[in-house]
Design a protein around this ligand. Sequence first.
Ligand SMILES: O=C(O)CCC(=O)C(=O)O
Length: 359
Amino acid sequence: MSAVTFQALKERLKAEKANKQNAVKSSDTNTTPTKTEATSTITSNNTNNSPLIQNNPILTTPEKSLPNSNKYLNGSLSSSLSVPITLRSPLTIDDINNQYTIGTIPTVRYIPNICTLSMEQIITDYIDSYDDRWINLRRRRLQQYGGKPTPQGLVDPEPLPLFLNQIIDCLMSYQLFPTQYRPNHVLINEYLPFQGIFPHTDGPSYYPLVATISIGGDVIMRYQPRGSSTSILAEVILQSRSLVVTSEEAYTDYMHSIAEVDTEIIGGTGGKCINLHLLSPKDLSNDTELLSSSTKNNNNTDTSGTEYYQENDLLIRSPRRISLTIRHVPSLETRLQQQQQQQLLLQQNIEEKENTMAI
Ligand SMILES: O=C(O)CCC(=O)C(=O)O
């Protein structure tokens, strides 16, 4: 058995043990919330009653003061919380569109190695420092920042923490989002083994462009045409430290989901895995700093014997994967203006048609 496979098996056993312990814990204190999977209707337990903030594109709160616990006051965690977040640079929207578009489903782009291993840990530390922001859903936990998205616009807008705005600054430097649609909303989902997310589209509450950063583990994102109950059209492996960008058709016409399993077979759904050629090596845990892209050969290994994922491989879920889903939610005022403009256009169309018929 190769060292990598053995390590993977060890991790799997560890994850299973953690999962069992977790299952016992959650059945003890069953606080199962009634929230649905739909992200647009999540009610945050945040009590911050910020006033409605209008036309202020960059809203930032200073970094939270550290919780009063030894865990946060001692050791590396407190020091990492003063480090600014930086992502891979330089990167442009042209690079993203030209090098990282993955086909089959238009307008999905997959960018590997968006940050270093140490930056991944720092982002995790920042998220963990907001321990009181976790919302327990039936199948996973999440933190919501920025306010409550509704089809009518953003309700209860709140400034984003500095570390999230630093991530967004990097995405803006790629020109990923148009200036007027700078992200103002972030969902942080946490998945333990056997946790996932049901097939869904992100719906009309958001500007239809999503940037999702994965940290802490690899997972297969499944895509299927909207409305279809079973057929998976494509799989995209979201590796740790990757960024996936979804817009247009991929946003509106396809549902995405993550299975509630602890292992999965690549290509096992019948959908083709469409980003194998863009993946990093399977196990980067021994690398100190990454961002070097090695070239793989036909056996899915590179010259040093590093293993890459291929069809039919087993993907073993990590003990804890976290994703940051970064989006723009239009304000109530913007939505109202858009609706008024649409109504005006509709009215003009009707009048034009009536005039033509009258002639
Ligand atoms: O965890 C992920 O990668 C995806 C999360 C997601 O689909 C969502 O927040 O709507």
